[in-house]
Design a protein around this ligand. Structure first.
Ligand code: SF4
Length: 307
C-alpha cells in the first residue's frame, strides 16, 4: 500500500519526506501562449480551455520577481510555510526561445525560499535544446516537467482538439527520460467526451508502463467561453457527477503504478468561470469521498495493475 495514512502516494507526503517540511507551490503566469492557440497547431485551443492569449509576451524579470515574492508572502502566511516550488502553470511554459527560458527559470529559482520548480507544457513543445536546459537545471534544483496528455487515445485527443497525438507524448517522455534528474508528471482528465471506463483504465496502465514519475488527475468540468460550454448547453455532453467520478478515479488508481506520485485527484477551478458540475467546487468533500471509497474497497494505488 502507498502510505499508512493514504491509499495512494501523495505529492504532499513525497515533498515532506524529501524536504523535511511542507512545500507549497507558487503559481506564475509568465506571459506564454500555446501552439494550440497561436496558429502553430491550432487557433481555438483545446475544447475545455478558456485561455485566449495568442502571443507569447514574457514578463520582464523584475515583474516576475515581484510576482513570486507576493506569492511567497501570501502562500507562506496562509500555510505558515517557508519552502516553495515555482509552478509555471499558465499556457505552454516552454514555448519561447531557449535563451529567454534560461533567464526566466534561473531568475525564478534565485528567489528566496524557492526549493524547486515545476513547468507545465505540451509534449510537442519541448525541443532538445529546451530539454538540455532542463537537465542542466535539474542538476541544481528539484525539477518537474508536467506534460498535458489527458488520454492515451488518439480519437479522444482529436475529439478534444489537443493538436498532438499520443505518440508525440511518448516521444517527449522518452527524450526527457534520456536526460538526468527531470521528473515527469502527466496530466490526465477523466470523463472526457466519448471515453469509456475501460479506455480511462488503459490510460492508467499505459502511463504506468511508460515509467513516468507523477500524475495529475482532473475531473472533466465545464467552464465559460469554451467549446465544452456550447456542447453542455446543447445537451451534447455531461461531465461525471460525484459518485461516478469517485468510482472511476478509484478504478484508475487501482490500475496506476504505486510508485507514480499523485499530484492531484481533482482539478482546481476558477469559480468566476465555472459552470458544472457543482461538486468540483468542494474539493475537500470530493477527496473525502475518494478516500472513503478506497477504504470501503480495502483498495490502494496499483492493486489491480498487472505488470
Ligand atoms: S494546450 Fe493548454 S494552454 Fe494550450 S489550448 Fe490546450 S489547455 Fe489551453
Amino acid at each position: 500500500m502507498a502510505t499508512a495514512a493514504k491509499r495512494y502516494t501523495t505529492f504532499n507526503a513525497h515533498l515532506r519526506q524529501l524536504f523535511g517540511d511542507r512545500v507549497y507551490k507558487v503559481s506564475v503566469d509568465a506571459g506564454f501562449t500555446c501552439p494550440n492557440r497561436d496558429g502553430a497547431k491550432g487557433i481555438g485551443g483545446c475544447a475545455y480551455c478558456y485561455g485566449n492569449r495568442t502571443e507569447t509576451s514574457l514578463i520582464d524579470i523584475p515583474t516576475l520577481q515581484a510576482f513570486i515574492r507576493q506569492g511567497v508572502v501570501a502562500v507562506g502566511r496562509k500555510y505558515k510555510a517557508s519552502k516553495f516550488l515555482i509552478y509555471f502553470q499558465s499556457y505552454s511554459n516552454t514555448y519561447a526561445p531557449v535563451e529567454q527560458l534560461a533567464v526566466l527559470y534561473r531568475a525564478a529559482l534565485a528567489e528566496p525560499g524557492i526549493v524547486g520548480m515545476s513547468i507545465g507544457t505540451r509534449p510537442d513543445c519541448v525541443a532538445d535544446d529546451v530539454l538540455d536546459l532542463l537537465e542542466e537545471l535539474a542538476q541544481e534544483t528539484y525539477l518537474w516537467v508536467e506534460y498535458g496528455v489527458q488520454s492515451v487515445h488518439d480519437a479522444t485527443l482529436d475529439r478534444i482538439k489537443r493538436g498532438h497525438s499520443f505518440a508525440e507524448f511518448v516521444n517527449a517522455v522518452e527524450r526527457t527520460q534520456q536526460r538526468r534528474g527531470i521528473n515527469i508528471c502527466a496530466h490526465v482528465i477523466l470523463g472526457l467526451p466519448g471515453e469509456t471506463r475501460e479506455q480511462m483504465l488503459e490510460t492508467a496502465r499505459t502511463l504506468s508502463r511508460l515509467g513516468i514519475n507523477g500524475a495529475k488527475i482532473h475531473s472533466a468540468h465545464i467552464v465559460k467561453e469554451t467549446e465544452w460550454e456550447r456542447l453542455y448547453e446543447r445537451g451534447e455532453y455531461r461531465p461525471m457527477e460525484l459518485p461516478e467520478y469517485v468510482d472511476t478515479v478509484c478504478d484508475f488508481l487501482e490500475h496506476l503504478a504505486p510508485d507514480i506520485i499523485v499530484h492531484r485527484l481533482i482539478g482546481d477551478t476558477l469559480r468566476i468561470r465555472y459552470i458544472a458540475p457543482a461538486w468540483c467546487l468542494d474539493k475537500n468533500e470530493a477527496l473525502k469521498a475518494i478516500n472513503a471509497e478506497l477504504e470501503r474497497r480495502d483498495s490502494w494505488q496499483g492493486k489491480l495493475l498487472e505488470r
